[in-house]
Design a binder for this molecule. Structure first.
Ligand SMILES: [Zn+2]
Ligand SMILES: [Zn+2]
Length: 226
């Protein structure tokens, strides 16, 4: 298994399609790569049957990726990336296509900066299935061991640079705003920043919240569309 080839291919796609945020829109990205996607539900009964016989999830005929749109969104994302892996790596190997999918959806270096290890949290942050999250975590653990033992490789450095934001000098793949204080939250899907997420005992040091605090909190919820 050529892990470096998989990572270089992922990097080439991130660069070409200008993907600097995770999770990204898979259908958009495939279109930007110049491939066509078709839903199983839009096929004629004969074509539908043929696709289902190839796979209940997705298949590729020519340069068209067909996917079963009745499956869950997270499973579809994996299937689409699996098929793209077959095309981009020019391989029929299923394990390689799976590795490609897990690496492009949840690269080890991003998982490192997410600072999470729980499968469910990984699945939610990267919008991937639990199965894919488990796979990504296993790959990440091997990667981390290798980085700790031998240091970062050339492709690790390229991926690091790709997501590195010069102005804040950090590896950033996701930004959002705290619903309470408007602080920017990096690499997380928590709605509240770490400053506001303190246990009640620490927050209530200055006494119970005043009605004004409630009003501020309420308008924050209203105006941030949550
Ligand atoms: Zn396959
Ligand atoms: Zn906050």
């Amino acid at each position: 298994m050529d892990y470096d080839k998989i990572k270089y291919t992922v990097y080439a796609i991130y660069t070409k399609c200008e993907i600097t945020e995770l999770p990204f829109n898979c259908l958009d990205m495939i279109n930007r790569k110049g491939y066509e996607c078709k839903k199983y539900s839009q096929l004629t009964p004969i074509k539908y049957q043929a696709c289902m016989e190839l796979s209940a999830d997705s298949c590729m005929i020519g340069n068209v990726i067909y996917y079963n749109d009745k499956k869950s969104a997270r499973r579809i994302r994996f299937s689409l990336m699996h098929e793209l892996g077959h095309i981009e790596l020019d391989t029929e190997n299923e394990t390689e296509a799976n590795l490609f999918a897990s690496n492009i959806l949840c690269p080890s270096i991003a998982l490192y900066f997410a600072r999470i290890s729980n499968i469910r949290e990984i699945s939610n942050l990267f919008n991937i299935s639990l199965e894919c999250a488990k796979y990504a975590k296993e790959f990440y653990e091997k990667w981390l061991y290798s980085v700790k033992t031998y240091g970062m490789t050339d492709i690790d450095r390229k991926l690091y640079q790709h997501f590195y934001k010069d102005d804040i000098r950090q590896f950033i793949f996701k930004e959002s705003q705290c619903i309470y204080c408007d602080n920017i939250i990096y690499n997380s899907n928590k709605p509240i920043c770490s400053k506001c997420d303190k246990p009640p005992a620490e927050n209530e040091a200055s006494g119970p919240p005043s009605p004004t605090d409630f009003l501020i909190a309420e308008s924050s919820w209203l105006y941030h569309g949550i």
